[in-house]
Design a protein around this ligand. Structure first.
Ligand code: SF4
Ligand code: SF4
Length: 106
């Protein structure tokens, strides 16, 4: 696999923040909120995190793979596609939509 960029498999992400904390260049930012669900009638509600935003700043990323290694749920994976060059630094901030794996691979 060519380490061109990173994909986020959103439904695996628990918003645990480990990747953001362990990234040596602090280029991952995420926000989340908590929701409660009742798994069955009469059962105690369970609280879980829901990911709101997840951004990688490709102008800072050094492709070390620490975030991928540290993610406990394998929500981050190497992607073959390279991040295209950009004129503005803000264009190198990629959110959930840009980090999502393409259907059928990528
Ligand atoms: S590959 Fe390294 S620098 Fe890039 S987002 Fe992951 S931990 Fe941060
Ligand atoms: S380490 Fe994995 S599960 Fe935790 S916030 Fe990062 S991507 Fe999501």
């Amino acid at each position: 696999m060519i380490h061109g960029s990173i994909h986020l498999i959103e439904d695996r992400c628990t918003s645990c923040m480990i990747c953001a904390r362990e990234c040596p260049t602090w280029c991952i930012r995420l926000t989340s909120h908590q929701e409660q669900t009742v798994p069955a009638p009469g059962a105690r509600p369970r609280t879980h995190n829901v990911l709101d935003t997840f951004v990688i700043d490709w102008s800072l990323c050094m492709y070390c793979g620490v975030c991928i290694e540290q993610c406990p749920t394998d929500a981050l994976v190497w992607a073959g596609a390279h991040v295209p060059p950009a004129d503005r630094l803000t264009d190198l901030l990629h959110g959930k939509a840009q980090l999502a794996p393409e259907e059928g691979g990528g």
